[in-house]
Design a protein around this ligand. Structure first.
Ligand code: AMP
Length: 541
């Protein structure tokens, strides 16, 4: 028997309407790339999204299902795009500004972006590849300085388009299973893969993350959204702030530790998020120059790479600010687990508590997780047995965009994360390793396979294997282990760096190169990454 409750689609439009109805006066504050500060309210956001909807449908010819790219920092116009694009039935495709030209070109052509909204300061990155972009009809520039020129064709300006537009727009009826957002993730082969979120998955993810066991936000919070809007829908925060009525502060390109600390001070931020590299930088800067008066910051939620016990302890002891670890992936919208202590942990020592907080934690309601060992058996929850972490749930991918990738899924419907973990008897998951051939540096991926094939195309290289080595600032950095064609030859690191710079973004290029006579191999002749890591993983070269 079916229940007798209304069929009410869970869409991001309903979040926008709710924010306007319940928290019209709450603020969105942007520290823009040019250093200026912009402030308006959820009510203003609502009006401008209606204007944007008119622009999209009447001036840009956007229709349901169109893919619309954004190439921008975190700021209010980008939030307008997060709501305005899906509300007319199109898909907000946030493009990572840190990828190489080659990857950016691939992503834009693969997703078939019809329009790209781009910050003026990022236009030079698109100018380099514009000639190869096959589907883009318009570039809409945001935050352009007075004197602005570009070689891009079909250029429009965001504020000119919105100027004078009607604030009336009737939202179309959407299904909650319609696509609303898209983000590409790195593939081990180097080709990124698209993850297409639905309105429903985005709504449920944001609603769940706002709860006390997760991000723990309410309408007295002032939240700094450091996680870039070009990364997995900024972890859903632009949506969850409208659900909880929390003020939202957006730093755009002001991401140096000193700039973040000054925003934390000026805006009296109570909660924030970000990858460990950002928080490590903030911590080091605060140790040198402790903020006076004390920050209002209570908690920072960290994901993307492991939040270390030493950073948790340092921030606790030196500044009384709590680090909360979360785990997730582009494929899981992204948040899947979080580590917060429970009342029964109270009796534990400080060290034991920190050990738990340094785990990736328990799953959110709506997500299920299991660890599967090498024999395909679901591992005991004993905190020791390692295996591949597999997840399923209301905001987990079921298939990549235009890519048949069945290897990433099990026959019984679980998504294979490529992370290796344990789960303890309390249900806390702990990541111990990764099976995917990727390196995560400062929150951004580097494909070791892509680097290896590029290095092996160098005339002086016979073999090249690339692994991650731990790094205090960036969490991981790539290390290249190289066999030269001529053992006696001297090839400088600089030579490889220049060679790689043609196809790779700066941060993706290894700083360190080790020259060996042979790369260790497995019994079937593949590079033995485990053994290479054992030999070099501590960075001892
Ligand atoms: P992305 O799709 O770029 O968000 O990256 C997802 C991957 O980042 C995961 O599969 C993990 O390998 C890694 N990751 C995310 N959060 C954490 C965390 N808290 N600790 C360790 N690794 C993490």
């Amino acid at each position: 028997m079916e229940g007798l409750i209304m069929d009410y689609p869970l869409t991001t439009t309903t979040i926008l309407e709710y924010g306007n109805s319940a928290f019209k006066h709450k603020k969105i504050i942007s520290h823009l790339p040019n250093g200026s500060r912009h402030e308006y309210t959820f009510g203003d956001l609502h009006k401008r999204c209606k204007q944007l909807a008119n622009v999209l449908t009447h001036k840009l010819g956007v229709t349901k299902g169109d893919m619309i790219g954004t190439f921008a920092w975190n700021h209010y116009q980008h939030v307008e795009l997060y709501y305005g694009i899906p509300s007319v039935g199109a898909i907000c495709h946030t493009i990572n500004i840190r990828l190489s030209s080659h990857q950016t070109e691939f992503i834009i052509n693969h997703s078939e972006d019809k329009v790209i909204f781009v910050d003026a300061s990022l236009v030079p990155l698109l100018e380099k590849i514009a000639g190869q972009l096959e589907t883009v009809e318009h570039y809409v520039i945001m935050n352009a300085p007075e004197k602005f020129s570009t070689t891009l064709l079909n250029v429009l300006h965001y504020e000119d388009l919105l100027e004078g537009e009607s604030e009336e727009f009737e939202w179309p009826t959407l299904s909650e299973n319609d696509a609303c957002g898209m983000c590409y993730t790195s593939g081990t082969t180097g080709l990124p893969k698209g993850v297409l979120y639905t309105h429903r998955s985005t709504y449920l993810h944001a609603l769940t993350i706002s709860t006390p066991n997760a991000a723990n936000y309410d309408n007295s919070d002032i939240v700094l959204l450091i996680v870039p809007q070009f990364h997995v829908m900024a972890w859903g925060y632009p949506y969850l702030c409208l659900i909880t009525g929390s003020d939202m502060v957006l730093p755009s390109s002001n991401l140096q530790p000193e700039a973040i600390i000054s925003i934390l001070q000026e805006e009296k931020i109570t909660k924030a998020n970000g990858v460990p590299t950002i928080w490590m930088g903030v911590y080091e800067a605060m140790k040198k120059n402790p903020p006076r008066p004390k920050l209002a910051l209570q908690e920072y939620l960290v994901g993307g790479s492991a939040l270390t016990a030493s950073l948790i302890k340092g921030m606790d002891d030196d500044f009384g600010i709590k680090g909360v670890q979360a785990w997730g992936m582009t494929e899981t919208s992204p948040l899947g687990t979080v580590s917060r202590l429970q009342p029964h942990h109270e009796k534990l020592s400080t060290e034991e508590k920190i050990k738990i907080r340094a785990k990736q934690g328990i799953e959110f309601p709506g997500i299920e997780m299991r660890v599967v060992d090498n024999n395909g058996k679901v591992a005991e929850r004993d905190g020791k047995t390692m295996g591949e972490l597999q997840v399923k749930g209301a905001w987990v991918i079921k298939s990549y965009f235009k890519t048949n990738n069945r290897d990433n899924f099990t026959d019984d419907g679980w998504f294979r994360t490529g992370d290796v973990s344990t789960v303890d008897s309390d249900g806390y998951m702990h990541i111990t390793d990764r099976t995917k051939d990727l390196i995560k540096s400062g929150g951004e991926w580097i494909s070791s396979v892509a680097l290896e094939s590029a290095l092996m195309s160098h005339p002086k290289v016979k073999e090249a294997a690339v692994i991650a080595i731990p790094d205090e600032k960036w969490a991981e950095r790539p290390l290249a282990v190289i066999v030269l064609t001529d053992e006696d030859e001297v090839v400088l690191d600089a030579n490889f760096k220049e060679f790689l710079s043609r196809d790779f973004a700066n941060y993706q290029i290894p700083d360190n190169y080790v020259f060996v006579n042979q790369v260790p191999r497995t019994s079937v002749g593949k590079f033995d990454k485990k053994e290479i890591r054992r030999l070099y993983a501590q960075g001892e070269l």
